[in-house]
Design a protein around this ligand. Structure first.
Ligand code: MG
Length: 238
């Protein structure tokens, strides 16, 4: 009994010693990560670029040309004639968006609360009122439209605010012309719906994906339904 206790003590001491050495070595070699002050309840962290804070759409322009003319009131912007796109263009990003489908339910399937968030103006994470509203799976809320259905349907009821947290890496082309797919990871209302799914480059047949670009705008779609947006911010990734 006594022997067993002594052996255990020696083992614990040895393990503790090696762990402590490893910890010291790692800290000595690696630079400290930058400090970011996190937001609260979805508000932007300190290193985010705020794209819409509920007051104005000065970071955006209309896809029809000129300034973004969506109605802004009570801290949200509502889809109106034409889509809007950011003036700034982005490569890999973390993107936070809050949206609400119309409280008054009109239409069905793709005709109900349809909008969309396009990364680089081309890769759409679908916005749709998918609360008890069946449609094709790779076109419902949280889908990478036309490519990847969400893992689950995490939709809230029409009129309720919903969140998307999107991590996007664009496809890249190398010097020899080969295209490496990018990726989407998406949380819908905090629930994982896209788990590092590939974003194709120009290997796809979809014409709008032809070519690969390092940067592009974030685009919010007008699909004819008065979807609302608020609290949009983005962090550039390396
Ligand atoms: Mg759409």
């Amino acid at each position: 009994m006594l022997t067993a206790t002594m052996n255990l003590s020696r083992f614990a001491l040895g393990l503790g010693g090696s762990l402590a050495l490893g910890w010291l070595a790692l800290n000595a070699a690696d630079p400290a990560p930058p400090v970011v002050t996190p937001g609260q309840n979805g508000s932007p962290p300190s290193d985010a670029i705020v794209l819409f804070d509920g007051k104005d759409l000065s970071a955006w322009k209309s896809s029809e040309g000129g300034a973004a003319t969506w109605k802004v009131q009570d801290g949200y912007a509502e889809v109106a004639k034409g889509g809007i796109l950011t003036k700034e263009e982005f490569g890999p990003v973390q993107l936070h968006v809050e949206w609400a489908a119309p409280a008054e339910v009109k239409g069905e399937g793709q005709g109900r609360g349809n909008s969309g968030i396009y990364l680089q103006g081309r890769y759409e994470i679908q916005v749709l009122d998918s609360y008890q509203n069946p449609t094709y799976s790779n076109g419902q809320a949280g889908s990478f439209y036309g490519h990847s259905a969400p893992l689950v349907n995490a939709s809230r009821k029409p009129g309720e605010w919903q969140t998307y947290d999107i991590v996007f890496h664009p496809p890249q082309s190398s010097a020899d012309g080969k295209v490496t797919p990018g990726s989407f990871t998406v949380f819908h209302n905090g629930v994982l719906v896209q788990d590092h799914v590939p974003v194709p480059g120009d290997a796809t047949t979809a014409a709008q994906f032809k070519g690969v670009t390092a940067k592009g705008p974030i685009f919010l779609q007008d699909h004819g339904n008065p979807v609302r947006y608020r609290n949009i911010w983005v962090r550039k990734l390396k």
